[in-house]
Design a protein around this ligand. Sequence first.
Ligand SMILES: N[C@@H](CCC(=O)N[C@@H](CS)C(=O)NCC(=O)O)C(=O)O
Length: 236
Amino acid sequence: MITLCQFAPVPGWEVNASPFCLKVETYLRCAGLPFRAEATLPMKAPKGKLPFIIDEDGRRIPDSGQIVAHLEATRGALLDGGLSQEQRARGHLIRRTCEESLYFVLLYSRWFDEDGWRLVKPAYFHDLPAPLRLILPDLIRRRLRRDALGQGLLRHSRDEIYALGCADLDALAAALGDRAFFVADRPSSADVCAYAFLANILKAPLRNPLRDRAKSHERLASFVSHIDQHLKQMQE
Ligand SMILES: N[C@@H](CCC(=O)N[C@@H](CS)C(=O)NCC(=O)O)C(=O)O
């Protein structure tokens, strides 16, 4: 069986707090591939980031995109088989919007927006022993600050940052239009990716302009419900 190595669930959160981990978990469930989830830490991952999988032959594959590509290649194009070139290109643009743009605003809302950090710090680190619980959160936060400054996002004001994220959500809502899914008439790997980010914004217990904007687009909320229903049906 495949082992999905991901962050431990955060108590009280409906979905895995990492959109990349939730993406792979949702992909596996949508594809009907049996797996067991193992809680781990990024320092144990081949590329220092989660998720990674351990395939049945013991191969460790990091990076959500590479994991999906590997599973599509070895298990027979489970979600993306039969997609046209145009549909694949559309999926690529949806994924990049979520992973290379929206992600950083989500990160900001949790680690740098003081309202988010007040909730996230105890939720993420509550189970660490006392000395680590005092040191680690601020250590990680400092590294993420350096990364986000290098990436450029943290050079903007709070309002500007949320405006960037809201623009991504507006574009996703417009790209979805009245369709049930982003790419075809069934969930593709790009839908799974969009779900992982949107569900993380809509279902996490944080209130911020990103969540307000996502909630204001009914079609995004009903897309998340469609995938939830699909996952339920897959389980039955
Ligand atoms: N490109 C990677 C990104 C994964 C990623 O950024 N994971 C974050 C969690 S959402 C992580 O492991 N962060 C830990 C760290 O930076 O130390 C993928 O698609 O899997």
